[in-house]
Design a protein around this ligand. Structure first.
Ligand SMILES: [Zn+2]
Length: 236
């Protein structure tokens, strides 16, 4: 007996995600998280085993919704003219293993990557960090592109961790979210706190925040802060 195929994706939903993923790439530029063609955003197609991701090696100012690539959860292209991002396998691995994740972002943003280059987690020493990350921003293993090792490193580090961001050692940042916008927000916040904590380090040793205070801040931010219906950090 063969298993039934996954439900087909709604073309209107895919078209809307192509637009959204294209637009969110401009946020990576706006917040100065990327240079040249580095970095990528993807979004899961709800109800289908598919996701939308940026094509490989295309200038940010030439990205269009129609240039976005639709892949299955093995990272195989199912719709698109161009080759998908070289990080597609890592995004696919995350979607296969973390079913609540609806968006993934990757950048080599400067300050966060400087922590990654040292293999050092960003300690939770700011209330904004406790809000958004609920803990330190952890470091994932050194892994080379080309197989599942980057995806596996992301999932193994973030599974059971509050942080929606991981610093892959000697590489850069991967973030996850309930949707692609939440993952972009985590990438923006990750760079912001990596920068601030780095600057603080130049002047002395930042003061730790009690675990109980981190818990209270994180819980309040997830449940009370903002407007009803807004996505929370991991959005899940
Ligand atoms: Zn990279």
């Amino acid at each position: 007996m063969s298993s039934s195929p996954p439900p087909a994706a709604d073309p209107a939903v895919v078209a809307s995600l192509r637009r959204q993923v294209c637009d969110l790439h401009q946020d990576l530029v706006r917040y100065q998280l990327v240079v040249w063609t580095a970095g990528n955003v993807s979004a899961r197609v709800p109800g289908a085993d598919l996701f939308v991701i940026k094509p490989s090696g295309v200038d940010y100012d030439r990205l269009t919704p129609g240039a976005m690539i639709v892949c299955d959860l093995d990272g195989t292209v199912v719709d698109g003219e161009l080759s998908p991002s070289s990080d597609t396998a890592a995004h696919a691995y995350v979607y296969r293993h973390l079913p609540d994740v609806g968006g993934v972002v990757h950048t080599h943003s400067t300050y966060a990557s400087a922590w990654a280059a040292r293999g050092e987690p960003v300690p939770c020493v700011l209330t904004a960090m406790a809000d958004e990350f609920g803990a330190e921003i952890p470091v994932g293993p050194f892994a080379l592109i080309g197989d599942d090792s980057i995806g596996r490193g992301i999932v193994e580090t973030l599974k059971g961790h509050r942080s929606p961001a991981v610093l892959m050692q000697s590489h850069g940042v991967f973030t996850i979210g309930g949707d692609a916008r939440a993952a972009v927000k985590a990438a923006v916040m990750c760079e912001d706190v990596a920068r601030t904590v780095h600057i603080s380090r130049q002047l002395g040793e930042p003061l730790p925040i009690d675990r109980s205070a981190i818990d209270r801040l994180h819980d309040r931010y997830r449940h009370v802060y903002g407007q009803p219906g807004q996505s929370t950090p991991r959005g899940v």
